[in-house]
Ligand binder design. Structure first.
Ligand SMILES: Nc1nc2c(ncn2[C@@H]2O[C@H](COP(=O)(O)OP(=O)(O)OP(=O)(O)O)[C@@H](O)[C@H]2O)c(=O)[nH]1
Ligand SMILES: [Mg+2]
Length: 555
């Protein structure tokens, strides 16, 4: 195969066969194995073209071959004879090799063939003959061709039929022998149908033509063509043959039209046959894959059905998000009032406490108004942050009320979701899910950062150098003391705000944790339900790959 376009065709064939291999492996299309094997062998071994004579028992197949050879090599007879596939090709010397099913090969004398390939010599193929290969110098006239004799179909020996049919994938050109006294049977039509998937070359051979007059022969040929048209919508070339009458004439025609044509175009013919087989295989494979696709699509539909049954309106992420959001917002709204209510009783006593401490401390402060103000600020800052810390430490557990309620709300909601999901899964799939720990952690918020900031609204201290302290000191002391309630209130309110922020952040963290649980759970269920999926994608991919390669090959 020197030709460049032949090389391209061969590589396309190789690619397509490889893909069909993948498909048959992946989807266990074992019925294509033999066909695939035959195509592989042709590709690998590049053997002579097998021109096989097939047909009903006693159609005269072996006699026809002997007559072509001009030598009675093959056993013939009035009762079913041929038991094993027998191949004949050119060889420098006459020789015959018997191949057994166990792979063993033995060379035998040509005269002993009958002991292996005939029902009389090898009843029921008790010698386990797989194939007999015969080499004859006389076959030099048919270069590139291997003649194949096959056991007849339709006899009482069922295994004859099985032997021939299982060899069919290897056929190159098929000569279907039909005896003149039994023109075309259902068996023949079935065989033609079967051959159609293995070779583009099917030729009818009307044997024992001597049994019919010229007129009758034409009648039979016309009958063939009508029947084939009606049953198979095709025509086939018909050749006459007889070992008794006009043998040379018939033989010459056949040699010229069939064997010389093959010999002259051996490589082209070989490639044409191999391409045909590969395409036919690809079509069979596509047929199976399309069936597989249908059932996979059906399975997807079933899975989709299961999915909607399991993940119904009660087990639904967006609904749960909404519900958890409502729980969070409801409790977050109540955080501030709760904290404020908790702090309220401390307001008056704290004002009293700070006031009397200030009254006690202030007389010892020295300096002008500027200094007095700075002193007041730092005093107030130290005192109130100390008080706020103490209060926070003593009372914070009461601030966490909404956090705990939100936690309870989230837990209940998750539990209900989980229960619906478990029930649905058990109802639909009949399995119980393992219990999952869905505990939401209560992250206690950190103590807020309480720091005192400036307390003066009017910055009197900016004009300190204008104010004679000996006259106004008492007034300023009063001003400072009078400012205490507002400072205390501001600080309590800031404490409440900071705790509110911490608590509400913690509620938000719990909400997010709950959503994560739900998302993870639903993702697990989804993957569980779609685990068997991907088959549809795989099959679709395989189909389009084979279609593409098959298109390449037919270009
Ligand atoms: N009249 C006539 N008889 C023939 C012709 N060719 C073969 N026969 C007879 O048909 C019978 C069957 O011949 P075979 O060659 O053994 O037929 P086969 O198709 O090989 O038979 P199986 O191997 O059993 O399938 C024999 O008795 C032959 O003598 C022919 O051209 N004319
Ligand atoms: Mg025979």
């Amino acid at each position: 195969m020197e030709n460049n376009s032949d090389k391209i065709t061969l590589s396309h064939i190789r690619d397509l066969l490889q893909t069909v291999h993948q498909a048959t492996d992946k989807f266990q299309l074992s019925s294509l194995t033999r066909q695939l094997e035959a195509a592989d062998n042709l590709l690998l071994q590049n053997p002579p073209i097998d021109v096989a004579v097939l047909g009903q028992f006693k159609a005269g197949k072996s006699s026809f071959l002997n007559s072509l050879l001009g030598q009675n090599v093959l056993p013939v007879g009035a009762i079913p004879v041929t038991t094993a596939i027998t191949r004949l090709q050119y060889g420098e010397r006459e020789r015959a090799v018997v191949q057994h099913f166990n792979g063993k090969k033995t060379e035998i004398p040509l005269a002993d063939i009958v002991k292996f390939t005939s029902e009389a010599g090898n009843p029921s193929n008790e010698k386990n003959v797989a194939i007999v290969d015969i080499e004859l110098p006389s076959l030099q006239k048919y270069p590139g061709v291997r003649l194949v004799d096959t056991p007849g179909l339709g006899s009482i020996f069922k295994y004859h039929e099985i032997t021939s049919e299982s060899w069919l994938p290897a056929v190159g050109t098929a000569l279907l022998a039909v005896s003149s006294d039994r023109p075309l049977s259902q068996h023949d039509l079935d065989l033609i149908r079967e051959l159609t998937s293995h070779t583009p070359n099917i030729i009818l051979l009307l044997t024992k033509a001597d049994l019919l007059s010229g007129e009758q022969q034409q009648e039979v040929i016309a009958f063939f063509s009508q029947t084939l048209q009606r049953e198979l919508h095709r025509t086939l070339p018909v050749y006459l043959y007889s070992t008794k009458d006009k043998t040379d004439e018939y033989r010459n025609r056949i040699e010229q039209d069939i064997f010389q044509t093959i010999a002259a175009n051996r490589d082209y013919e070989f490639l044409r046959i191999l391409r045909y087989k590969t395409q036919s295989l690809a079509q069979s494979c596509l047929g199976y894959l399309r069936i597989a696709l249908q059932s996979s699509l059906q399975a997807d539909l079933n899975r989709e059905g299961l999915r909607t049954q399991i993940l119904n309106e009660k087990v639904n992420e967006s609904l749960m998000r909404e519900e958890l959001g409502i729980i969070a917002r409801e409790h977050q709204r109540q955080t501030r009032p709760l904290i404020a209510a908790n702090l309220e009783p401390f307001l008056i006593p704290l004002i009293q406490k700070v006031k009397s401490k200030l009254e006690k401390d202030i007389p010892s402060w020295q300096g002008n108004l500027w200094k007095l103000s700075r002193h007041y600020e730092s005093w107030m800052s130290a005192t109130l942050s100390g008080e706020m810390h103490q209060l926070s430490k003593a009372e914070h557990t009461h601030f966490l009320g909404t956090l705990k309620k939100a936690h309870a709300g989230f837990s209940r909601s998750l539990e209900a979701f989980r229960k619906f999901l478990d029930e649905n899964i058990e109802n639909v799939l009949g399995v119980r899910l393992a219990q999952v720990d869905w505990n939401i952690d209560v992250a206690e918020p950190d103590h807020p950062d309480i720091s005192f900031t400036k307390s003066f609204d009017i910055h009197l201290d900016l004009i300190w150098f204008l104010i004679p302290m000996f006259l106004f000191r008492r007034i300023f002391e009063h001003h400072f003391i009078a400012g205490v309630p507002k400072e205390v209130e501001i600080n309590l309110s800031r404490l409440a705000y900071q705790w509110e922020k911490s608590v509400n952040n913690a509620i938000e963290a719990m909400r997010l944790q709950a959503i994560t649980y739900i998302q993870e759970e639903l993702a697990t269920i989804e993957s569980l339900l779609s685990r068997a999926q991907g088959q549809t994608d795989n099959i679709n991919q395989m189909i389009s790959q084979i279609e593409k390669l098959s298109d390449n090959l037919s270009e």
